[in-house]
Ligand binder design. Structure first.
Ligand SMILES: Cc1ncc(COP(=O)(O)O)c(C=O)c1O
Length: 397
């Protein structure tokens, strides 16, 4: 096989072999529909409930029945926003979010705006942080939901969710967080962090694709989003994706068992790569919170708030370089990375996240996101950095 250096773990991760092993029997041996009454189906049902327990436990949910399985992060985000909006319409029509959310949130907000809702998109500072003062000032007597992402998928900023949740609750407003990039990468405790609704997706933490979950606090019960059968306590219809759910549960168990150790390994490697790139390539910016930001945050009320940047994330803008050409040259060397740009109708728009942190369109065009996992070796990192240096020099030349 040709050389493959995978540095795009924010896009998706490899499915862990232990996850695949846990899933396989639920394709071949225990294929019963968990909603069926006969004994054979009980194995599937029990496996789903085990996964629900593991996940609830991992995020500090009070009860396992606060976890609802979905088809992934986008579905969970859509559910949270649309059901909160339409369900609470008699209380108000105003939603607060940020300019740097994933499109699963931004495009859902745009849809809601077309349907009579008002959305405030909060600015962020040059490192991608939302200001708590701005959150509080944006609240009106019509505000029904605040949705702020846990960690940004392009520049890795970890938002002060705990404090935002506190503000939301002080005003009797529901708080949702898109934790698709954060789940299993940083500690999360929904109870300590004042979270009512949380979205996550299995394939971002070495689980399978097409499966995710929504944490919905029992006091914040939303209307179903997918109507049909009575699965997921009649809140999310559709025959359960048993292998996917089992795999996601296994992935959570694996990730949390080694989270501290893996975080340490990843941060060391991340810092090495950043130091080399900034030290050896001229005219490059490092985007998002500075890497010293792994220090404990002074204000957060839970240990989960101690990180200000996703350990695995690095983001750079190379001056006078096209990010897309850079990606092609890296790809020719077997290196998988991402620019973070959004493709729309054949034209490449600069990233909304980079514009929001103050980069101009030209700067944003030279974007490169690298996201690593614990298995990246020093040898592969060196190979990738050398290839990157050569590619940047060639593109500039
Ligand atoms: C922050 C964030 N939210 C939502 C999603 C969508 O998740 P999914 O691919 O599971 O639909 C992603 C995927 O990249 C993401 O990074």
């Amino acid at each position: 096989m040709e050389k493959l250096i995978y540095m795009d773990n924010a896009a998706t991760t490899s499915t862990a072999p232990e996850v695949v092993s846990a899933m396989l029997p639920f394709f071949t041996e225990y294929y019963g529909n968990p909603s069926s009454v006969y004994n054979f189906a009980q194995k599937s049902k029990m496996a789903i409930e085990d996964a629900r327990e593991i996940i609830a436990d991992s995020i500090g949910a009070a009860k396992s029945n606060e976890i609802y399985f979905t088809g992934g992060g986008s579905e969970s985000d859509n559910w949270a926003l649309k059901s909160a909006a339409f369900g609470l319409r008699d209380k108000g029509n105003h939603i607060i979010t940020t300019k740097i959310e994933h499109h699963a949130i931004l495009n859902t907000c745009a849809y809601l705006e077309k349907n009579g809702f008002e959305v405030t998109y909060l600015d962020v500072d040059s490192e991608g942080f939302v200001s708590l003062e701005d959150v509080e000032n944006a609240i009106t007597d019509k505000t029904i939901l605040i949705s702020v992402m846990f960690a940004n998928n392009e520049i890795g900023t970890i938002e002060p969710v705990c404090e935002i949740g506190e503000i939301a609750h002080k005003h009797g407003i529901l708080f949702h967080t898109d934790a698709v990039q954060a789940m299993c990468h940083v500690p999360i405790n929904v109870t300590e962090m004042n979270i009512d609704l949380l979205s996550a997706s299995g394939h971002k933490f070495h689980g399978p694709k097409g499966v995710g979950f929504m944490y919905m606090k029992n006091t914040a019960k939303l209307e179903p989003f997918i109507h049909g059968g009575a699965q997921e306590r009649a809140r999310r219809a559709g025959t359960s994706n048993v292998p996917g759910i089992v795999g996601m549960g296994q992935a959570v168990k694996l990730a949390l068992g080694t989270l501290d150790k893996d975080t340490h390994t990843i941060i060391n490697m991340r810092n090495y790569i950043v130091d080399r790139i900034l030290g050896e390539i001229p005219d490059v910016t490092f985007d998002g919170p500075c890497i010293d930001a792994n220090a404990v945050s002074a204000c957060c009320c839970s240990p989960a708030g101690s990180l200000k940047r996703l350990p695995s994330n690095m983001h750079f803008c190379f001056k006078d370089v096209s990010g897309d050409s850079l990606l092609i040259m890296l790809d020719m060397n077997g290196i998988c990375a991402s620019s973070g740009s959004a493709c729309a109708a054949g034209s490449i728009d600069p990233s909304h996240v980079l514009l929001a942190i103050g980069r101009n369109s030209d700067e944003a065009k030279g974007a490169l996101r690298l996201s690593i996992d614990k298995d990246l070796t020093r040898e592969d990192a060196d190979y990738a950095i050398d290839a990157l240096k050569a590619a940047v020099a060639r593109l500039r030349g």
